[in-house]
Design a protein around this ligand. Structure first.
Ligand code: ADP
Ligand code: MG
Length: 225
């Protein structure tokens, strides 16, 4: 299987005043097409930092991240934006929906940013929201949705442009256990449909469904379950 995303000796040091924090201390990994990789580890071990670099929202201090064999750190801003928009879907713990747009609008805007025509956007946004189980909530604003429903909308948005890779940072972290279980089931379903997924989680359902679980400790991947 083709490798989608790769990390080579990734390091990320944060500097706050005179204090340095080594959030990543040499991370190496390769994720193949179709994998469902779960990352676990204590708070502060560097999980979010790693996901943000792989999702092109941050750049490493040294080392390289590769997307389908291409180094991403030296790409132009334009290339990075295009890649992030079309090939990578990101799901956040706190959903990050636009509060003034409906469920439909939150998915539609992702399609619009990628240049999809109005008529196709309408069909596609509806289809995606139906797929993730909130087809009956198209015209609801985020504040009119439950946490689980918000996360479903966020997942529909992440899937909008048929990304090669879906990244998720503790997607069930703000949900009760029933809603968390349903979201875990949804990721499982997506992976069965061959979607490549890499996520950070503390949810047991999710690690059980993953094809591989990596453990992070002090900025490094220390083990695989
Ligand atoms: P995790 O997601 O595993 O909890 P993070 O990747 O968020 O860990 O953080 C790893 C380390 O980097 C922590 O010690 C954290 O305090 C530090 N850190 C994260 N983001 C920043 C930042 N923007 N500025 C300074 N330090 C940060
Ligand atoms: Mg985190």
């Amino acid at each position: 299987m083709e490798t989608i995303v790769e990390a080579r000796e990734l390091r990320r040091t944060y500097r706050l005043d005179k204090v340095e924090v080594e959030a990543l201390r040499g991370v190496n990994l390769a994720v193949a097409e179709g994998e469902f990789v779960a990352i676990v580890g204590a708070s502060g071990s560097g999980k979010s930092t790693l996901l943000h670099i792989l999702g092109l929202m941050d750049t490493p201090t040294s080392g390289e991240a590769l997307f389908r064999g291409r180094g991403v750190t030296r790409m132009s801003d334009g290339e990075r934006t295009k890649l992030r928009l079309r090939d990578i879907g990101f799901v956040f713990q706190t959903f990050n929906l636009l509060p003034t747009l409906t469920a439909f609008g939150n998915v539609e805007i992702a399609l619009r940013l990628a240049g999809v025509s109005r008529s196709v956007r309408k069909e596609k946004a509806k289809e995606l929201l139906e797929k993730v189980g909130v087809g009956h909530r198209l015209n609801h604003l985020p504040r009119e949705l439950s946490g689980g429903e918000r996360q479903r909308v966020a997942i529909a948005r992440a899937l909008a442009n048929s990304p090669k890779l879906v990244l998720a940072d503790e997607p069930t972290g703000n949900l009760d256990s029933a809603a968390g279980m349903a979201i875990a089931g949804l990721f499982h379903l997506l992976n069965k449909e061959k979607q490549t997924i890499m996520l950070v989680t503390h949810n047991r359902e999710m690690t059980q469904q993953a094809t591989r679980t990596l453990i992070m400790r002090d900025g490094q991947i220390t083990d695989a379950l």
